[in-house]
Design a protein around this ligand. Structure first.
Ligand SMILES: NC(=O)c1ccc[n+]([C@@H]2O[C@H](COP(=O)([O-])OP(=O)(O)OC[C@H]3O[C@@H](n4cnc5c(N)ncnc54)[C@H](O)[C@@H]3O)[C@@H](O)[C@H]2O)c1
Length: 323
């Protein structure tokens, strides 16, 4: 298939590019390298420009006969979104609107969107989120993504476009062959930061909030290995090809770990101890976010292979050491 992949030089996009490239698809990546890196582009052709440059984007779509678009471009740091909301509405909402509009214009009718569990905010009873759980994001990042989901839903009703919105829970780890991994600067991802500590790249780290309503007071998240998540995109593409329907699907394993449990696992797996401070809650953090994970298995036939926190941590750490 001829595929447009935005944000393919980034963490998740590069892992999906790796699988789609291995499967022989013809892929063009649009990425401005603001947080991604060229070395992560293992397949495809790279067009280096920003999605804001709609003229260049339109030229590309007019020239190539894309059959599908996978949209990973986004700004993803929740605390930053609280400080600079308009950056998030620009990159996550306005840029998505322009892209969706061009996809409709050039009849690219299969669209896969990187959505997020941040849409659920604190709304799920016990923090267990089904796709039917009300979306009530509690930070600008989540709101900027929610609006794109709404645009896709309404556009799918009004045009021939079909989409799959994948609501990622906490993505972690590196490619099991260690060819690619997470490189984004200023990452706030827990396993990435703890791996940086274990690899000697940071002196210490902090836990934000120990007074949540969880087993040890720290936030609970559902950690999904990035290669399993990448496979979900391959499965979503097959679904769009075969069924020509739309779907909104959670991407998680259906169980979670507290921040303290994750840090202890990093220390155990790497054999390295490092100082961990305690700070207050961060703005915009929900207490517990765990996926109800049945629907994606039913709809896409997705079968995860790496539901193992030790393995997730080991790949993150091995990647961090060689980075
Ligand atoms: N990482 C997670 O845990 C997580 C969780 C939920 C959802 N998501 C979503 O997944 C997507 C990818 O996340 P990631 O972790 O790979 O982030 P990332 O920062 O590693 O990747 C984003 C990529 O997009 C590129 N980019 C950013 N803005 C651009 C623009 N305006 N024009 C062109 N290129 C641009 C960057 O250079 C980078 O390569 C995002 O949309 C994010 O919201 C990520």
């Amino acid at each position: 298939m001829k595929i447009l992949l935005t944000g393919g030089a980034g963490y998740i996009g590069s892992h999906v590019l790796n699988l789609l490239g291995q499967a022989g698809h013809d892929i063009v990546v649009v990425d401005n390298l603001s947080t991604g890196r060229k070395e992560s582009l293992l397949y495809g052709r790279h067009e280096e420009f920003s999605l804001e440059e709609t003229g260049k984007l339109e030229e590309l779509l007019k020239k190539e006969n894309f059959e599908a678009c996978l949209h990973f471009v986004g700004s993803i740091i929740v605390p930053e979104s609280v400080e600079k909301p308009l950056k998030y509405y620009q990159n996550n909402t306005t840029n998505s609107l322009n892209l969706i509009e061009l996809c409709v214009k050039y009849k690219i009718n299969r669209f896969i969107f990187s959505s997020t569990a941040a849409l659920y905010g604190d709304s799920a009873p016990g923090g267990i989120c089904t796709e039917e759980t009300q979306v009530v994001p509690i930070n600008p990042y989540g709101r900027s993504k929610m609006m794109t989901e709404f645009m896709l839903e309404d556009t799918a009703k009004a045009t021939d476009l079909n989409y799959v919105a994948l609501r990622y829970f906490n993505v972690a780890g590196a490619n099991v062959d260690l060819k690619i991994g997470q490189c984004s600067p200023n990452s706030t991802h827990l396993i990435k930061i703890a791996s940086e500590c274990a690899a000697g790249k940071r002196d210490k780290m902090a836990i934000f909030g120990t007074d949540y309503d969880t087993s040890d007071g720290t936030c609970v998240r559902d950690y999904i290995h990035v290669d399993d998540l990448a496979q979900a995109h391959v499965d979503a593409l097959k679904f769009l090809e075969k069924d020509a329907e739309s779907a909104v699907l959670n991407c998680g394993y259906g169980h979670g770990y507290t921040v303290k449990e994750v840090i202890e696992t990093v220390k155990k797996v790497t054999g390295v101890d490092f100082p961990v401070g305690i700070e207050g809650r961060r703005a915009g953090d929900a207490g517990t976010l765990i996926s109800r994970a049945e629907k994606i298995r039913e709809v896409l036939g997705w079968t995860p292979k790496y539901d193992d926190l030790d393995l997730i941590v080991r790949t993150a750490f091995e990647w961090e050491k060689q980075l």
